[in-house]
Design a protein around this ligand. Structure first.
Ligand code: PGA
Length: 265
């Protein structure tokens, strides 16, 4: 695991955007795994800016989002499709046909829908770079604690904590879905590179369990310890409970020399 500790959320987003830009500039057919939530919003702002100011091209990019609420219309204000459209897809020159979310409506079989989504990822050649956030309970995507490390795209029931954490995004009285389709942990681990961003004090415990804790279904993000290329970008607050901060800072300075000479990946 490459643990990068930066000063603040803006630096985290800036560094993550460099990774994304490097992938989409160097690969002929880049496939990105995308995330929703508050954390990646600044990353998407940086990507939009680099498209507008430096002509970074998205026309050859294919995307797969981690998750989508169960039985929600694409044009619903709360759907993750709407989130992606507003924050990224409508603001860069990506082809909508190349953007995918794991949808499942009331009359559809979630197992079949999960399978279809997995097949689409395979057909695209697999995910090159998967963007991730982390929940305060250690979830990645909507893989809540107790999720199997072998899980693949499926329907999950959200925990009370996740529902509470996300309730800030819903108006009083507005329906908040309690189930979601999500890539599984195994789907995420199949990506060639995974890049997890975490900012703020409320993520510090989950970040410490992910990096220093045992492999455990209690902290689904700890599965990233098994990944060959996991990059974890943190601000100081999210890193504040890590016992080995000095080591990570020093290792990262050393790593930068390699990156400067040979590129990020
Ligand atoms: P957040 O969510 O970015 O809104 O904190 C992260 C997550 O739940 O994965």
């Amino acid at each position: 695991m490459q643990v990068i500790i930066l000063e603040n959320p803006d630096e985290v987003a800036e560094h993550a955007s460099q990774w994304v830009i490097e992938f989409i500039s160097k690969k002929a057919k880049p496939v990105l795994g995308l995330a929703t939530g508050s954390t990646p919003i600044n990353l998407y702002k940086k990507l939009v800016k680099s498209h507008q100011e430096f002509d970074i091209d998205f026309s050859h990019v294919t995307t797969f989002n981690l998750d989508e609420y169960h039985n929600i219309n694409a044009n619903n204000e709360q759907s993750y499709r709407t989130f992606m459209t507003k924050n990224l897809f409508d603001k860069v020159n990506i082809n909508d046909k190349n953007t995918h979310l794991p949808t499942c409506h009331q009359d559809e079989n979630p197992r079949q829908q999960g399978f279809v989504f997995e097949e689409k990822i395979k057909k695209a050649g697999g995910i090159d770079l998967q963007i991730l956030g982390i929940g305060a309970n250690g979830h990645i995507g909507f893989n809540e604690p107790s999720s199997s490390f072998a899980s693949r795209t499926r329907l999950k029931t959200l925990t009370k904590q996740t529902l509470e954490d996300n309730s800030r995004l819903f108006k009083t009285g507005e329906y908040q879905p309690t189930m979601a389709m999500t890539m599984g942990i195994s789907t995420i681990l199949d990506a060639q590179y995974v890049l997890l961003m975490a900012t703020g004090k409320n993520k510090a415990n989950a970040v410490n369990e992910m990096i220093s804790g045992p492999l455990s279904a209690k902290c689904p993000a700890s599965a990233l310890q098994l990944h060959e290329h996991a990059i974890v970008i943190l601000d100081k607050e999210a890193a504040s409970k890590l016992p080995d901060q000095d080591y990570y800072l020093w290792a990262n300075t050393e790593h930068q020399k390699i990156n400067q000479a040979y590129g990020l990946f």
